[in-house]
Write a protein that binds this ligand. Structure first.
Ligand code: ZN
Length: 461
């Protein structure tokens, strides 16, 4: 008698694509192995299938005995998964110390599993090097109240229990406060101060600094001294200093300033493009080609950014398809980095994961840089989401400065010292001394006479 469809369904509901141990009893001997090929075949009659490689002795045993049991492991039974996968070479008997039970067929049932299915072989299909055994479920129990152990686990517990690193061991941080931050302030920061603070930042271990924006001083007066700042800062060896350019003239100024990289960008939002750059997205894209060419001809690296990649204050949601299309055209220009900017702080972690996962295979080996604003408090959550999706380059601004003069309500970038703190606490190396950055933030706070959005710089004041 097979189990009822209802009971079978309840057992199947215990897991999605869990790790299972298939066991059998042959000539009085208990045998078992870890398989990932388990699946249900039909509910009524209750049928499941397992794939077993022919050269294994357990294959012979199931073939001969005509019985098997499926044991679905819980997240706390990684040890079973490893021992029945033969990953515990010291163990001669895989069942050593295990109090197994049995139901109808006599196939051993492992203790504490999420559920088990006791099966009689119903059909066997030849799969070349393996056999697909379809079993009729004669008995089942799904009383194990736990979470399954998963192979394709986006949660962290499995990898952590195996001591496999789940995150990149290092992250590169690009300090953008001197550009994104200072250009958003209504008070113009004096050139002397800019030079002093940039020098202090470059002594903190930051290897990437965006120090200026070569824009029309009439439009952004805070950046009128860009060339001066570039000339006067102390260039530390190994540090890449970059500047933003909106047109050919801007690239020429970046070249003249002796920067190592020029950052160009366009917006995914038509409205923002008009407000920010005074041109349509299509026109902006056309302008970029000669800019990239000029920069590269002078040996500068080029980073191309997409602003409002996750949403626009005027237009609302920005379709991922649109961003992907723009990214493809930017990559075709031969840029060295692709930056995605959440200029409006509208991104959420799930959206970040989706877009990054779509873009990464296309952009590789060109790295993706994420530029995150913390407008809605999701900045670091978005960073973590991107990090877990394989992004290793992030923009941040000391003290959480930043904004955009052409986005209503835009607020700061994720704070450099907060970002460094979080990453280092998680064991991800940044090479940056967060406390030194925090000291710069405190100096900035004193200069502006108001608190900055960053958190950490206030702790050790
Ligand atoms: Zn920004």
């Amino acid at each position: 008698m097979a189990v009822s469809a209802q009971d079978f369904k309840q057992a199947l509901a215990q897991f999605a694509s869990g790790v299972t141990v298939v066991t059998t009893l042959f000539n009085g001997q208990r045998l078992g192995l870890t398989v990932s090929s388990f699946s249900s075949v039909s509910l009524d009659p209750p049928l499941v299938s397992i794939g077993v490689v022919k050269k294994l002795y357990t294959h012979t045993a199931i073939e001969q005995s005509g019985i098997f049991a499926v044991n679905v492991l819980s997240m706390h039974q990684l040890d079973y998964g490893l021992r029945f996968a033969g990953l515990k070479p010291d163990l001669t008997d895989r069942f050593a110390g295990l109090e197994t039970t049995a139901a109808q067929t006599g196939s051993p049932l492992l203790p504490g599993v999420l559920c088990w299915l006791d099966c009689r072989v119903w059909r066997a299909y030849d799969g070349g090097d393996h056999t697909l055994f379809v079993g009729e479920v004669l008995a089942t129990d799904a009383s194990g109240a736990d979470t399954p152990l998963l192979y394709h686990n986006r949660l962290w517990r499995r990898s952590e229990s195996l001591d496999v690193p789940t995150l990149s061991p290092t992250v590169e941080i690009v300090e953008v406060g001197p550009r994104d931050g200072w250009q958003s302030e209504t008070v113009t920061v004096p050139t002397d101060t800019k030079v002093r603070l940039i020098d202090a930042l470059s002594e903190s271990g930051l290897r990437r600094l965006q120090v200026a924006s070569f824009v029309n001083p009439q439009r952004v007066p805070q950046m009128a001294d860009a060339d001066d700042v570039c000339r006067r800062i102390t260039r530390r060896p190994g540090v890449v200093y970059s500047g933003l350019a909106l047109n050919l003239k801007g690239v020429e100024r970046a070249v003249a300033a002796g920067l190592g990289q020029v950052d160009v960008s366009l917006s995914a939002s038509e409205t923002h493009s008009q407000k920010n750059a005074g041109v349509s997205v299509e026109a902006a894209l056309e302008q970029l080609a000669p800019m990239v060419q000029l920069a590269r001809a002078h040996g500068l690296a080029v980073r191309a950014g997409i602003q409002c990649a996750f949403g626009c204050a005027d237009e609302g949601a920005v379709e991922a398809r649109r961003v992907v299309g723009l990214a493809r055209r930017l990559l075709a220009l031969g840029v060295d980095e692709l930056a995605l900017a959440d200029s409006t702080g509208m991104a959420n972690p799930q959206q970040v994961r989706r877009l990054v996962q779509e873009l990464r295979p296309m952009s590789a080996p060109v790295p993706i840089v994420l530029h995150l604003h913390d407008t809605r408090g999701m900045g670091l959550a978005n960073l973590l989401s991107a990090l877990k999706s394989g992004v290793h380059h992030f923009d941040s601004a000391f003290g959480g400065l930043g904004g955009c003069p052409f986005i209503p309500g835009a607020t700061g970038n994720i704070a450099t010292e907060d970002t460094v703190h979080m990453l280092e606490a998680m064991g991800v190396k940044t090479g940056v001394d967060g406390e030194r950055v925090a000291a710069v933030s405190r100096a900035m706070e004193a200069l502006l006479g108001r608190a900055l959005p960053g958190k950490l710089y206030r702790l050790n004041a």
